[in-house]
Unconditional design. Structure first.
Length: 357
């Protein structure tokens, strides 16, 4: 926890704080391959400084129908479990299969929708439960499919392509949906922050505003639809004394000054293969005002490189991020099944070797 505080204060501590993101199937394989009894044993062995938690989630009647491979979440979004087998590994993903608002054409339909509510959820006991993770840094991030966001939920409800077209063609519909989405998350988070007391060290929200080559929308459009909600999410956490990290894949460099103006403390994921997202340049331009988390490549280096490639890459990333504090070492996203245990081990050992000040 002290390492996180120093990073947030742009101070150098004993070493760069380390986080570890990994898909569950990969984690289980790593535990077996490296002979660890559980995740906590692995984390302690390699000095992982963060522990992620999530709060209660509303349920919707009929969340699982007759088909065990079909899930319906509290937003009414239908997902199908898809198994992928390739090159000797198998993993499962939740694929968006039925956006419930795909056929909507008016804001009135949005208002009449059966929206989820956090009012009946039980937040009692969170502080006692989560503070037990100290002295590690506790990150409240929510469930990955229900992380505090705006655009992502819009995409779930309308469908990805339709949601992006809506930004241009159906602004009133977009605003009606986003208003209810923001209302939900602000209400949920205020109740959770109040119940969690001093147990949360970092609040993580997430919306993918970029792709490999640039932002998914113009800066003007981001400001029109998403800046206000972004700032309100950050402000609410700050009212409870909680610093905020935002996860976004892709290239979002042009949006970063606005994120800083909104009070953001940490930017994640620093996808190194995305345009203009190299850590050296980001830290040079924005490092006085913003901390960074991530930057270790899972697109090319970890799945396709040798262990030496991984070690050399980690050395470059960590040495770029560590001067003056303000950096948390981690992969740019969760490690996927195409990454060998050997390369995961090389990454962890390199983080340990090169993160000391």
């Amino acid at each position: 926890m002290d390492r996180l505080r120093r990073a947030l204060s742009h101070q150098e501590g004993d070493r760069v704080p380390l986080d570890f993101w990994v898909k569950e199937e990969v984690l289980q394989r790593i535990l077996i391959d490296l002979s660890f009894s559980d995740k906590e044993a692995l984390f302690r062995a390699y000095g992982v400084d963060f522990r992620f938690v999530q709060g209660p989630v509303p349920t919707r009647p009929g969340c699982r129908g007759g088909d065990v491979n079909v899930l319906v979440d509290h937003w009414g979004v239908q997902r199908t479990l898809v198994e992928v087998s390739r090159n000797g590994y198998t993993c499962t993903y939740k694929h968006l299969s039925r956006p419930p608002m795909a056929g909507f054409s008016s804001a009135r339909e949005v208002e009449q929708y059966d929206w989820p509510s956090p009012k009946e959820l039980d937040f009692q006991g969170l502080e006692e439960e989560w503070i037990a993770f100290h002295p590690y840094a506790v990150v409240y991030a929510g469930d990955r499919l229900d992380r505090t966001c705006q655009l992502k939920t819009l995409m779930y409800l309308r469908g990805v392509e339709q949601a992006l077209m809506d930004l241009v063609l159906h602004p009133k519909l977009v605003e009606a949906i986003l208003e209810r989405v923001r209302e939900y998350y602000l209400s949920y988070n205020e109740r959770l922050f109040r119940a969690a007391g001093k147990s949360i060290d970092l609040f993580m929200m997430g919306d993918d505003f970029g792709d490999q080559n640039g932002s998914l929308m113009s800066l003007g459009m981001w400001r029109k639809y998403f800046r206000n909600g972004f700032e309100r999410y950050v402000s609410l956490a700050h009212q409870y004394g909680i610093p905020v990290m935002h996860h976004t894949c892709g290239s979002v460099r042009e949006v970063i000054p606005d994120m800083i103006d909104c009070g953001l403390d940490v930017l994640q994921s620093l996808q190194p293969g995305a345009k203009d997202m190299d850590l050296v340049g980001l830290k040079r331009e924005f490092g006085r005002d913003l901390c960074f988390h991530g930057g270790i490549d899972i697109q090319e280096v970890l799945p396709r490189g040798s262990p030496d490639d991984v070690r050399n890459h980690v050395q470059r990333v960590v040495q770029a991020g560590k001067p003056g504090g303000g950096y948390i070492a981690c992969t740019a996203h969760a490690i996927q099944p195409d990454v060998s245990t050997e390369n995961v081990l090389a990454m962890l050992e390199a983080c340990e070797k090169y993160s000391a000040y």
